[in-house]
Design a binder for this molecule. Structure first.
Ligand code: S3P
Length: 429
């Protein structure tokens, strides 16, 4: 039987890679970015920045970004294609909104079904003029404006992308912009801004609410950025090591931002033998190694209050749940319906297909762990969703390679080296 053995360095973090590019483009001067994730999503952001007049070049393994300042985007000649990337679309909408330019945003079929009004409703209130398909979708045209109103925004949905879009807009707004989140979300934008010495206030309010206060316009001085390794990409190998008997691995230099590693807490609660060794800080983010070995897992209940910090890891947590003793319930998953695929449906359909008992009710998902044998090939429907494809590729290792993922190409969206890294860890004896 296959097992995982050895040490691995995972590719750069996707969320930080987008932000490193955007914030260096909005800085003044040259930024060197190392360990940038060169995935399709990140390349969508990079190409859009180039179309907006930002000079970006690669020299050996380093990316050089020549920033034009917070007010430096020029009007593009062609539509800005966000491909499959929700982060690109939402963050770039915010970034261009406070520049005096017109931009058309387009995306692929999946992205064109994902909500954009969650960002544009705020930008419109500030004064951007937006023509949007069916009130919610790409393609859309935005007329940005240098005198957007400084305002107080309350964000109702737990989404780091909405918050980040508003922060990026505020960098070129004259006056005080306040952004209140009722549920805290991933905080990479704030951390990178602090690293870049941008002066803003972060206040903790009652009931875990937070307020970010920015006083624009800002001039950001460029500073070189190193991107730490992606914990969400690491999660596939963490779960692989937990479920493949006799496995033991070390994943090096992983970003340990608390808003990103909640999945490790859940897996530990399930009985996972996981050790975290914090070692340093890279550009405002804690970084360290994760050591994982095969473990007997048990089912747990995951409350909806954890969902914003587990948002990308539910597919692979579902795979862990199939091997756990008893029932695992994941609550409050509504936001999963708005990802690259409807992930509640994608997980449910594929687990049922391979013979796992799974229940779905009111956006809660219950998975009943059970030992099954798979005798003939089963096609796994990825729904062109990279995280679904990678999750079932991990489960496949346990079932003698009988699970055939229909489209492995979509993995390039977030982790082009996934297959290579998987093969590096696989050991047969
Ligand atoms: C991301 C935020 C999350 C996450 C996505 C990346 C980001 O989306 O699912 O993969 O980089 O800000 P939401 O904030 O919309 O939940």
């Amino acid at each position: 039987m296959l097992k995982f053995r050895g040490t691995l360095e995972i590719s750069g973090d996707k969320s930080v890679s987008h932000r490193a590019l955007i914030l260096s483009a909005m800085s003044t001067g040259k930024t060197k970015i190392t360990n940038l994730l060169e995935s399709e999503d990140v390349m969508s952001t990079l190409k859009i920045l180039k179309k907006l007049g930002v000079k970006i070049k690669k020299k050996e393994k380093t990316w050089l970004v020549y920033g034009n300042g917070t007010n430096g985007f020029i009007e593009p000649d062609n539509p800005l294609n966000c491909g499959n990337s929700g982060t690109t679309a939402r963050l770039m909408l915010g970034a261009v909104s406070s520049n005096p330019i017109n931009c058309t945003f387009v995306g692929d079929a999946s992205l064109s079904k994902r909500s954009m009004s969650r960002v544009t409703e705020h930008l419109e209130k500030m004064g951007a003029v937006i023509h949007i398909t069916k009130k919610d979708y790409l393609p859309l045209i935005i007329a940005g404006n240098e005198s957007l109103l400084p305002m107080k925004h309350k964000i109702r949905k737990a989404s780091a992308q909405i918050k980040s879009a508003l922060i990026l807009a505020a960098l070129n707004i004259h006056g005080t912009t306040e952004i209140i989140e009722s549920t805290p979300t991933r905080d990479h934008t704030e951390r990178l801004l602090k690293f870049l010495n941008v002066d803003f206030k972060l206040l903790k309010l009652k009931n875990k609410m937070t307020k970010i206060q920015l006083n624009g316009p800002y001039e950001i001085r460029s500073k070189n950025i190193k991107v730490a390794s992606d914990p969400s990409s690491a999660s596939f190998f963490v779960v692989g090591a937990l479920i493949l008997p006799r496995s033991k691995i070390k994943l090096k230099n992983i970003m340990l931002n608390p808003s990103r590693i909640a999945f490790l807490k859940i897996l530990k609660r399930m009985g996972g033998k996981i050790k975290i060794e914090k070692s340093k800080k890279i550009c405002g983010e804690d970084v360290g190694d994760i050591i994982v070995e095969y473990s007997k897992l048990k089912g747990v209940s995951i409350p909806s209050s954890d969902s914003a910090f587990l948002i990308d890891e539910y597919p692979i947590l579902s795979i862990a749940a199939t091997q756990a003793k008893g029932k695992t319930t994941m609550k409050g998953l509504n936001e999963l319906r708005h990802k690259e695929s409807d992930r509640i449906k994608s997980i449910f359909y594929n687990l049922k297909k391979i013979g796992i008992d799974v229940e779905e009710k009111n956006d809660n998902l219950s998975i009943f762990g059970k030992k099954i044998t798979i005798k003939k090939n089963i096609i796994i429907k990825s729904y062109n969703d990279h995280r679904i494809a990678m999750s079932f590729s991990i489960l496949n290792l346990l079932y003698n390679m009988k699970l055939k993922v229909d489209n492995k190409k979509c993995i390039n969206i977030s982790y082009p080296d996934f297959e290579k890294h998987l093969n590096q860890l696989i050991s047969k004896n």
